[in-house]
Ligand binder design. Structure first.
Ligand code: NAD
Length: 495
């Protein structure tokens, strides 16, 4: 059976031409620093064959889960060596195809930045594999015991539009290293590029280890296919990476779920901070992929005594400031007012502006900014929608606070208790400790950009699923295992 993936013609032609052109270039010139102009859709669709039912792409969640279940039984027979081969294929392919797949994802989702889409795929080399699963051994008078890690089986992975191919690739590395197979329900707006990656992974994996469907995907994902995975006996565990809606749905599903949920990371800059370094870190993290990262700097609290100097440092480092009427215009476009059941009004995010370029946001605001500006900022109150909502735009609000204590309290409120990520720029260890203890986030970065928390500019491994809601933390292969104890009793001793 064969089915089709549809891209609009001009977008796909642009992608193909760019890839072909870059093949003739050196790697340093092949990666443009910014995506081309906004990828507006033309009317005529162009088709990419996906060979429905082959190489892991399935029409229904039930078929996809069943195929992954058969693959799980086969994978077990190959032991750790078989898993290593799969991990190696995924790491190598995401590295080699980073540019091609980055372009494909940007063309489909139309959010974020090409250079950073490519960087995310290149960074998958930093996701841990089977080496993470060292067993825990005990020995004593009564013999020896070993606690070791065993797979769940088939994992249903729900992936976000913000990092479609990176999340599914990172999930494959972690989950297959642990001995599982996967069935993926991608975000509908990033499902085409996800299906292309799954198909190509499977082709390479089957060639290498002779097993099809180690990773499967629902070609046209929907709430129905999500529900089907939740109810499927072939699915042993869910791993959800997304916002509050899907996390709540998974938690209510009755299926055990590992949930990498939403964040709204605050940054606190205190009077001891190196302000130039703080400004550079905030611009790097807050502008990365146009602020699509769940760990990305979303709102900045700055202590009064250094506030003006910090604003100057931000401008000097290249961020562009919106004045209050420009901020008002952008706010009106970015949020609509909605009334809840009790009649209270609250802002609702306009998803059309998520992940858009600073130049697009500046146009809406009526501001003119220098070409290449990576981040916009504006001075706001602490209760502004840009502070409270997880807005995922390269526009960060900056809020003046009288001291560190107020900054920590405001950060706590803005973070909504997600316990996701937070940053501080400070040389005062007490202030660092107070903020760490008050927010108790899964990721807490001191004096660096958010990305340092995932190994870029800091130490540590990487993952695209940070299990905040259910508490497993930055996911590793161990997250996707059961623990079993194997006991050998000393037969020479009597009871
Ligand atoms: P989203 O919640 O709109 O979608 C995520 C996934 O859930 C998609 O596959 C979508 O189709 C599905 N989905 C959404 N609502 C659903 C529902 N009610 N029932 C079943 N499935 C549903 O999020 P997004 O825009 O794709 O991604 C951005 C969000 O994800 C942000 O909130 C961000 O913080 C979060 N995120 C978290 C992490 C993490 O590691 N903690 C990583 C990336 C993104």
């Amino acid at each position: 059976m064969s089915s089709e993936l549809k891209f609009d013609e001009s977008t796909l032609r642009g992608v193909v031409e760019d890839v072909l052109r870059s093949l003739g270039q050196t790697s340093s010139t092949a990666v443009p620093s910014k995506p081309e102009a906004d990828c507006a859709c033309a009317a005529t669709p162009l088709s990419v064959s996906v060979d429905q039912g082959k190489h892991g792409v399935f029409q229904t969640a039930g078929e996809a889960a069943q195929a992954a279940s058969v693959a799980f039984s086969e994978l077990r027979k190959l032991g750790v060596a078989g898993r290593d081969k799969v991990v190696n294929i995924v790491k190598t392919m995401t590295y080699d195809k980073a540019e091609e797949w980055g372009k494909l994802e940007l063309a489909e989702t139309k959010i974020g930045r090409l250079d950073h889409k490519i960087a995310k795929l290149l960074g998958l080399r930093n996701v841990p594999g089977t080496e993470w699963l060292s067993p825990y051994g005990m020995s004593g008078d009564h013999g020896i015991s070993m606690e070791e890690y065993t797979p769940f089986g088939v994992i249903g992975a729900i992936t976000p539009v913000t990092h479609s191919i990176p999340t599914l690739s990172g999930n494959i590395i972690n989950m297959v290293a642990a001995g599982n197979t996967l069935v993926i329900n991608a975000h509908p707006n990033g499902a085409r590029c996800a299906a292309v990656a799954v198909r190509e992974f499977n082709q390479a994996i089957e060639r290498e280890i002779g097993i099809p469907n180690i990773v499967t995907i629902v070609e046209t994902p929907s709430l129905d296919s999500f529900n089907e995975l939740c109810g499927s006996e072939d699915v042993n565990l869910l791993c959800v990476t997304g916002g509050p809606g899907v996390v709540n749905a998974a938690m209510k599903s009755g299926k055990r779920s590992i949930c990498a949920g939403p964040g709204n990371p605050p940054v606190l800059v205190d009077e001891t901070a190196n302000l130039d370094k703080a400004a550079e870190g905030i611009i790097f993290g807050g502008s990365f992929d146009n602020n699509l990262l769940c760990i990305g700097e979303k709102e900045i609290f700055v202590v009064d005594t250094i506030y003006n100097k910090f604003i100057e440092a931000l401008k000097k480092a290249g961020a562009a400031q919106l004045n209050s009427s420009q901020l008002d215009r952008l706010t009106q476009a970015a949020f609509t007012d909605s009334k809840d059941a009790g009649g209270c009004s609250h802002p609702v995010l306009n998803r059309d502006l998520v992940g858009r370029d600073p130049s697009v946001l500046a146009d809406i605001a009526g501001a003119s900014i220098a070409a290449g500006t990576e981040l916009l900022f504006a001075e706001t109150d602490a209760d502004h929608p840009f502070v409270f909502e997880e807005q995922m735009m390269p526009m960060v609000p900056v809020v003046r606070v009288k001291d560190v204590q107020e900054g920590i309290e405001r950060s706590l409120v803005a973070e909504h208790g997600y316990k996701h990520s937070a940053m501080i720029h400070s040389l005062n260890v007490e202030n660092m400790t107070k903020m760490l203890q008050a927010l108790d986030c899964t990721l807490f970065v001191k004096n660096g950009a958010c990305l340092a928390g995932l190994g870029t500019g800091g130490e540590g491994y990487s993952s695209f699923s940070i299990a905040t809601t259910t508490g497993e933390g930055i996911t590793t292969p161990k997250t996707f295992t059961r623990t079993r104890r194997c006991v050998l009793v000393d037969s020479l001793r009597s009871f």
